[in-house]
Design a protein around this ligand. Sequence first.
Ligand SMILES: NC(=O)c1ccc[n+]([C@@H]2O[C@H](COP(=O)([O-])OP(=O)(O)OC[C@H]3O[C@@H](n4cnc5c(N)ncnc54)[C@H](OP(=O)(O)O)[C@@H]3O)[C@@H](O)[C@H]2O)c1
Length: 249
Amino acid sequence: MTVIPTVELLGDGRPMPVIGIGTASAPPPTPEVFQAGMLHAIALGYRHFDTAYFYGSERSVGDVIAEALRRGLIKSRAELFITSKVWCTNNYGDRVLPSLQESLGNLRSEYLDLYLVHWPVSLKPTEVRSPIETEGMQPFDYRAVWEAMEECHRLGLAKSIGVSNFSCKKLDQILSIAMIPPSVNQVEMHPLWQQKRLMEFCKEKRIVITAYSPLGGYGHKWGYNDVIECNVLKQIASARGKTLAQAFT
Ligand SMILES: NC(=O)c1ccc[n+]([C@@H]2O[C@H](COP(=O)([O-])OP(=O)(O)OC[C@H]3O[C@@H](n4cnc5c(N)ncnc54)[C@H](OP(=O)(O)O)[C@@H]3O)[C@@H](O)[C@H]2O)c1
């Protein structure tokens, strides 16, 4: 079984495996397909799984954790690194903690390894449209949301806290008020969108970047095929005897 290297996160969080598997899918796979895929991943050595309240996959991840324990693929929950995210409808000071508690209930877990603010946007709690419509947006209260995230950490419910889809400017706003700085910023990043300024900024602040959509969101409505069809990337991969996906994910 492959052992995936880990990276230390700011604060007293648990080391994060540098390769993870996402669980966002539209339409969602059947429970059987989801479970078979994730159990296979655990058997291969994957330990870091990325879910979110918005993905609707937390319950399925909880089922797989229980099944992996039952089959002896892992000896305890602590062998896994589970990330989840608070959705924009809960980006309010009084809604973050209840949302985390709901996520933990879905996962049947006592804690998350990493809890992220999914997007720096607040939506009306009743807003269900996707994609997001501007009239559903509300002012994002950085202080109230981040203090609520810090409370999640202090209560031991989130071993590490962080953000997702934050620019340098938005990270700066969090850092200016944070008692506990964000340990991770999960953003889209791949060879055709390297976000060098954001990378430099995060490195300087010791914020670990998690790159999502390494193939450019290929196959998603919002994604594009430019990465997977890029001739230069294909040549680099083939020179190493790899497929493009093997070389760049
Ligand atoms: N924080 C955020 O806002 C955010 C946003 C987006 C994603 N994420 C996270 O990142 C995870 C991954 O997202 P993703 O956009 O990379 O989606 P993905 O669904 O993992 O991959 C995108 C596409 O790449 C193709 N693909 C994957 N592996 C391949 C391979 N080895 N060879 C050829 N094609 C391959 C898949 O095609 P097939 O379906 O044909 O296999 C899929 O359609 C999500 O599940 C989620 O956890 C986070």
